[in-house]
Design a protein around this ligand. Structure first.
Ligand SMILES: [Zn+2]
Length: 262
């Protein structure tokens, strides 16, 4: 099945939003239906771009090489072109992977906090820190939403509700306030992960980016050395996997957002 799909809605001045699905593997076959059924009545101002990709090799969005793949490059080009302040990446998961996605050890194992279950198997979390730090301001809303690849009607209902809230709000604060009314405990967790990200990952990224721009960078090992020293100096809390993710983010920044290429 060709799950390529795109649509654009314009409703006057307002924020720019991008919802994409099918970022890797065959996820687009599920997210296609969810995006296609989106009802633009939920949107009252600004712009919304919907985009669904056809199947591609499965590479995790936590790996830099994903953003070297053709779909990964397309994702980054869309983000760069549209510059969304509200960004939703739609994924789907198989039941056997569910425990990995919500496991409390996820940060130790793969560098990112667990996803949080809203309801009926619909999971929410921040997008890959590799792009979160490079392409979004701290108070933007760049999130991923995961649903089962064969979703029940109940799951789809929760999913569509979150899409509608996201499309019908102007900014991060408004979206989280609305979600908080429905899912108070989940939003507390999301806020906790956000603070951890801002204090540690984002701080290290910003300082390392500065170093890379001003310094005389010989190779990417220089970056790791610089980061290790800075982490000690500022007492930051990141593990080795996260350190490599910060390096990947800085290298993507140099490729896509370096002042000389913007
Ligand atoms: Zn996925």
């Amino acid at each position: 099945m060709d799950s390529l799909f795109s649509r654009t809605f314009h409703k006057g001045p307002g924020p720019s939003r991008l919802f994409i699905g099918g970022v890797h593997g065959k996820e687009g076959e599920t997210t296609f239906h969810a995006l296609k059924s989106f009802d633009d009545r939920a949107l009252n101002s600004g712009e919304l771009y919907l985009y669904n990709f056809p199947p591609s090799p499965y590479i995790s969005t936590l790996e830099r090489r994903y953003y070297d793949s053709s779909t990964g490059r397309e994702v980054l080009n869309l983000i760069k072109k549209i510059q969304p302040t509200i960004y939703l990446e739609l994924h789907c998961y198989h039941e056997k992977n569910r425990s990995h996605l919500i496991h409390h050890d996820r940060k130790i194992k793969i560098g990112v906090p667990p996803l949080v279950e809203l309801d009926k198997g619909v999971l929410i979390g921040s997008v890959s820190p590799i792009i979160r730090s490079v392409f979004f301001e701290n108070y933007d809303f760049p999130f991923i939403l995961e649903i089962p690849c064969q979703p029940s009607d109940d799951s789809l209902q929760v999913y569509v509700e979150v899409l509608n809230i996201t499309a019908g709000s102007k900014n991060r604060i408004e979206i989280l306030k609305k979600l908080e009314l429905l899912y108070p405990h989940q939003v507390i967790k999301l806020n906790k992960y956000f603070i951890d990200f801002s204090d540690n990952f984002l701080t290290l990224f910003q300082k390392t980016r500065e170093f890379a721009l001003n310094g005389d960078l010989k190779d990417s090992d220089d970056l790791i050395l610089f980061m290790e020293n800075l982490m000690q100096e500022l007492d930051l809390n990141l593990n080795q996997i996260q350190l490599k993710q910060v390096r990947a983010a800085v290298l993507i920044f140099l490729d896509y957002k370096h002042p000389s290429v913007v």
